[in-house]
Design a protein around this ligand. Structure first.
Ligand code: ASP
Length: 342
């Protein structure tokens, strides 16, 4: 898997094309100083997701969409690929543990009717997203956490699994040698491994759904819950407008309710690119330490306009429609050239 460092080095490259494709539209924008809005026009149906492992997730989502199933099935099936992949170190099995060595998962899902389900601080169950879906479909609640979420999963037949892989355990032990038990690494490294998978999909019926799943910030405090299970923070869908989702330092996303904000801005007429830019601007304006933070947003509207934007360079997102599956570089508040000079 490509590392965050490699992302940073490759960030100036712009489009990273995978597969054959037709030309992608870059409408002029008043936002990006590069003169390009970083906005793309997708054909419906489509699936879009965060980071390079989004490519494999998109493939699974696409197969689901092609078989005539719903966007809800597609986003669940898609992000389950990342959850099951031990090489993806911020999601499901293989995810970084907290500072005490526990892998704890957060996830949320939303359907085209505005229904939502989520789990937080879930241990020992690989497919947190499927538990979140069951919370939505089988309970009167939106969110279950910790032991209660785990009991609910077990009662519904989810198998128990040790999610701490030998590789993740090794990295954690190494971190413990020098970290002085600090759970807040981003001052030293603003991009310590933000690989949360968030996905949006529109199906053949024209409905949009979304999903988000993560093991959270590496070496977080035990008990810490991030943005990923918070509806409106890490992910929000309004089937009349579109959806948005997030990756990065969850605390910043939660304080600004970024995904809800982006959808509301799109409702008011901003493009996905403009709305993502504004959500990042809210963080930059609010937090004097914003240069030490990475947050990335990905948004798509019901017409298939899609964009992503982050604070640091290096955020990538994967988009798939009938023209192919592609990995794209998001534009960022800090330009890659400025980052390279630091
Ligand atoms: N947003 C996730 C969290 O704060 C982490 C990430 O995307 O890196 O838990």
């Amino acid at each position: 898997m490509t590392t965050r460092r490699e992302f940073l080095i490759g960030a100036g490259a712009g489009l990273v094309a995978l597969g054959a494709g037709k030309s992608w539209s870059h409408p002029p924008s008043r936002w990006g100083s590069s003169g390009s809005s970083g906005q793309y026009q997708l054909e419906l149906p489509f699936a879009v997701s965060t980071w390079s492992h989004g490519l494999a997730a998109n493939e699974a989502a696409w197969t689901t969409l092609q078989s005539g199933r719903t966007a809800l099935d597609a986003v669940e099936t898609g992000v389950r690929v990342s959850e099951a992949d031990p090489e993806v170190t911020s999601v499901g099995c293989g995810g970084h543990p907290d500072r005490d060595g526990h892998v704890t998962l957060d996830a949320c899902i939303m359907d085209q009717g505005g229904n939502a389900g989520s789990v937080a601080f879930l241990e020992g169950i690989e497919h947190a997203i499927s538990v979140a879906r069951l919370v939505m479909e089988k309970t009167p609640h939106v969110m279950l956490v910790g032991e209660g979420a785990r009991e609910f999963a077990l009662a519904n037949g989810f198998p128990v699994k040790d999610l701490l892989t030998p590789a993740a355990q090794k990295s954690w032990r190494k971190w413990r040698e020098t970290a002085d038990y600090q759970a807040w690494p981003q001052a030293a490294d603003p991009d310590p491994g933000h690989d949360t998978i968030s996905m949006l999909a529109v199906d053949g019926f024209g409905d949009m759904c979304g999903a988000c799943t993560t093991s959270g910030l590496p070496y977080k405090m035990h008990g810490r819950v991030g943005d990923s299970p918070i509806i409106g923070a890490a992910m929000f869908v309004d089937n009349a407008v579109g959806g948005a989702c997030a990756t990065g330092v969850g605390e910043e996303v939660m304080k600004t309710l970024g995904s809800f904000l982006i959808v509301e801005l799109m409702r008011q007429g901003l493009s996905p690119a403009e709305a993502c830019h504004e959500a990042i601007a809210r963080i930059v304006r609010r937090n004097p330490r914003w240069k030490d933070v990475q947050v990335g947003y990905l948004a798509a509207d019901k017409q298939g306009r899609c964009s992503a934007y982050s604070i640091q360079p290096g955020f990538q997102f994967a988009v798939m429609d009938q023209t192919g599956n592609r990995l794209l570089d998001a534009q960022s508040w800090i330009r890659p050239a400025a980052k390279a000079q630091e």
